[in-house]
Write a protein that binds this ligand. Structure first.
Ligand SMILES: Nc1ncnc2c1ncn2[C@@H]1O[C@H](COP(=O)(O)OP(=O)(O)OP(=O)(O)O)[C@@H](O)[C@H]1O
Ligand SMILES: [Mg+2]
Length: 382
């Protein structure tokens, strides 16, 4: 029981960013609270049993002590023992305080369990450590337009983004390119509102991000990170967790779009196969495809994909590109790309350098007119 509990807890910590952007915070907090209550009940029952045993042995000790004192008194009275009664009383006192100490210990331990859980919830909830503020405009389905207007942002004093401007229209597929550390993932973090900008505004469908509820942002955006977090559940449950009402048929259809069906059907238990801790049985490429399928199951209008630099082989990359081609007309898709094969197929490519947009056009036009893109192109974008 403790193992299951700590594994769920570990899950909560390891997948914290994914849990947040998947909008699963409440689902998992509820689940962990239930586990926490069960464990406290289990702990108190075992503790109570332990205490009963302790009490009984203590009781026997006390009876023994009582007869020992009685015997000592008789012996002292008959001048057969001197000063022994003092020693006996001292020993008796020691046992009594030991018992009180152990009760205090139990109380302290329970208090500690509750305290650490509360702290963890504060982190997951983001109430204590971030100054995120959300608006109250709830929009079930965004059209998928994204605008950055003069965005400045830095994690510390120095700015990573220094006046970024762009407009992405609904159902466009955009590639983001630029040197390592230039701020591509940072742009995703800001779209997800994991951080507040220092200056400028981000708009979805012409509405400022700060007016929208957290739910609107989480439900309308899916992000596939460089190492997507996969829960220690079956393949099916990993998909159902973001949309419990989805049918098995729909799940199979989404997996087909992501070219996962062949692999899943080759497994003994197919969709019911357990993937292990953080999807240990899945390769990096399979994890990313499962995460894309999860985005489709969630049915969010905006899908963002942070392509890995090197961990995917070309064949896996082709699978992912194929999946994107199949879904692209219905979603606004942003891809952080490190390979030309990915960006060539994008409607437009956003080129970032030194905190600014230095190009935003089709591959064809950029390769003709953009010096910086030509340089990146020569280096294969890496
Ligand atoms: N959480 C963070 N706290 C502090 N600094 C950060 C954090 N995340 C990123 N940075 C810094 O911000 C800058 C931009 O990082 P970012 O991850 O956006 O780059 P990137 O373009 O995605 O790079 P890569 O291609 O290597 O993934 C880097 O200098 C990085 O060290
Ligand atoms: Mg990155």
């Amino acid at each position: 029981m403790h193992e299951k509990y700590s594994s769920n807890f570990g899950e909560l910590i390891r997948g914290i960013k994914d849990i947040k952007v998947l909008n699963l915070k409440n689902v998992l907090i509820k689940k962990t609270t239930k586990d926490q209550k069960a464990i406290i009940k289990y702990d108190s029952e075992t503790r109570l049993k332990d205490e009963k045993v302790f009490f009984l042995t203590n009781f026997l000790y006390n009876i023994f002590d009582f007869f020992f004192i009685l015997l000592s008194i008789v012996l002292i009275k008959n001048n057969l023992l001197n000063g022994a009664n003092l020693l006996v009383i001292y020993m008796y006192k020691g046992k009594a305080t030991g018992f009180v100490d152990s009760i205090a210990d139990i109380y302290r331990n329970f208090k500690n369990i509750n305290l650490s859980i509360e702290r963890l919830y504060e982190i997951v909830d983001g109430n204590k450590y971030s100054k995120e503020v959300y608006g109250n405009r709830e929009i079930k389905e965004l059209n998928g337009k994204i605008e950055f207007k003069n965005i400045y942002f830095g994690y510390d004093k120095s700015n990573v983004l220094k006046g970024v401007n762009f407009t992405i229209n609904p159902n466009e597929t955009i590639g983001l390119v630029g040197k390592s550390g230039v701020g591509k993932t940072t742009i995703f973090n800001l779209i997800n509102k994991l951080y507040m900008t220092n200056k400028g505004s981000i708009l979805f469908d012409n509405i400022n991000i700060n007016e929208l509820t957290e739910n609107t942002i989480r439900e309308n955006i899916s992000t596939i990170t460089q190492n997507p977090y996969i829960f220690n559940m079956s393949i099916k449950d990993n998909l159902k967790i973001v949309n419990p009402n989805i049918t098995d048929k729909e799940i199979e259809e989404k997996c087909r779009l992501c070219k996962l069906d062949e692999y899943i059907n080759s497994l003994d238990k197919k969709y019911d196969t357990l993937v292990g801790e953080n999807g240990v049985i899945l390769s990096g490429g399979l994890k990313q495809r499962l995460a894309i399928a999860r985005a489709l199951v969630k049915n969010s209008k905006i899908i963002m994909l942070d392509e890995t630099t090197s961990s995917l082989d070309n064949e896996t990359q082709d699978y992912i590109n194929d999946s994107i081609k199949k879904i692209k007309k219905n979603y606004t898709i942003l891809i952080i790309a490190h390979r030309l094969s990915t960006v060539i197929d994008c409607d437009k490519i956003l080129v970032i350098d030194d905190g600014k947009v230095v190009g935003f056009d089709t591959h064809k036009n950029l390769i003709k007119n953009n010096k910086y893109y030509q340089k990146l192109y020569k280096k294969e974008l890496l």
